[in-house]
Write a protein that binds this ligand. Structure first.
Ligand code: MN
Length: 357
């Protein structure tokens, strides 16, 4: 049996439910595979995975919000984003969702008995496969790069901790670390070393990814505006370059793009991974998320920057994180929640477009 079809499940099905969201799941399966029949869809999906290649971008969902901590709900992101994405025809292969046990985060936090019990529950027998969402994602993405080293993967989260396995495996699979850079869109730095004793969560994943980089300046953050520390602190003490949202508002997309290009070119970077936390956008466009923030980036600026960036760099990996479709923050109209999902769909389409180049 293919390892991937054990680790993953049908697109949109990674959140284990019996009846909840059944219609949405069925709709997605029908849109992707042309049938409502799960057995038939599964056969097509397994065949797709067997013949996996790098001729078109791959989509993977990691529907886990167990690494979140303010307002959960991003576990429904992969299902909702795909629903928006499929409103228009798109060229990608959907490899499915990581199978999520919602109480787990990473296998390193578990004892042997729990791992054994969960293996039985997930795989029907005790097999040597991971059981926590981040561990399953690491193994699945690693397997994809083994099968298709040139694969361009677009991951849908999940809280932002689900970027950790995607970015880590992307970096580990690059032969020349000097040429690999990360552009990280976010309102927050996610640069804590640990949060309440946990080293892999939405607030720490970026810090934990730094050790896999050639050097810390190979990661550039954009959209930052909600940080207890100043920009100078992050640069001086942590070695991270940032472009805050206020600078983008002042300088505009063109000048910002030039800064980004200059930063990466100086380092000899040729290839980029784009991690996009939806809260990088202003809360007017991204209300349906755990920590919406005012005075953020405009979707038009992000689109201009990313499209032009893909002329100068190969963009070979990307993700869209923290989309929480059912979350309605105080003071937000249900109408705006819906439009924020439309924006998330636009960003997903944009990321696919730049991966396709
Ligand atoms: Mn984040």
């Amino acid at each position: 049996m293919n390892k991937l079809t054990q680790l993953l499940t049908l697109p949109g099905n990674g959140v284990h439910t019996v009846h909840t969201a059944r219609e949405r799941k069925e709709k997605l399966i029908e849109a992707l595979f042309g049938t409502k029949d799960t057995a038939k869809a599964r056969a097509i999906w397994e065949k797709n995975i067997d013949s996996l290649s790098s001729d078109r971008p791959l989509v993977i969902g990691i529907p886990s919000d167990n690494g979140g901590g303010i307002q959960r709900g991003a576990n429904w992101g992969p299902l909702a984003i795909r629903g928006e994405l499929l409103r228009e025809k798109n060229e990608f292969l959907d490899v499915g969702d990581v199978r999520v046990i919602p109480h787990l985060l990473h296998d390193k936090y578990l004892n042997e008995k729990t791992i054994r019990d969960c293996r039985k529950a997930l795989y029907g027998k005790v097999v040597k496969l991971p059981v926590s969402p981040l561990s399953i994602a690491e193994e699945a993405v690693n397997e994809i790069y083994k099968k298709a080293p040139e694969a361009r993967i677009l991951g849908f989260g999940g809280d932002h901790s689900t970027s950790y396995p995607l970015v880590k495996e992307w970096l580990l699979s690059r032969s020349d670390k000097k040429k690999a850079g990360i552009l990280h869109f976010d309102a927050h730095t996610d640069l804590l070393e640990e949060r309440l004793g946990i080293d892999l969560c939405f607030g720490t994943w970026t810090f934990q990814i730094l050790k896999f980089l050639k050097s810390r300046d190979h990661l550039l953050q954009i959209g930052i505006r909600s940080s207890g520390k100043t920009k100078t602190h992050w640069k001086k003490n942590v070695g991270i370059e940032q472009i805050w949202a206020s600078e983008v508002a002042k300088d505009g997309a063109d000048k910002t793009l030039k800064r980004i290009v200059k930063h990466f070119k100086r380092l000899g970077v040729e290839e980029l991974y784009v991690s996009f936390d939806i809260d990088a956008l202003d809360e007017k466009f991204a209300a349906a998320t755990g920590t919406p923030e005012k005075e953020g980036l405009l979707p038009t600026d992000c689109a201009a920057i990313l499209r032009l960036l893909s002329r100068d760099f190969k963009i070979t990996g990307a993700d869209l994180m923290e989309v929480a479709p059912f979350v309605l923050p105080e003071g937000v109209e249900p109408r705006d929640q819906k439009s924020s999902l439309t924006v998330a769909g636009d960003i997903a389409r944009l990321l696919l477009e730049i991966l396709r180049k």
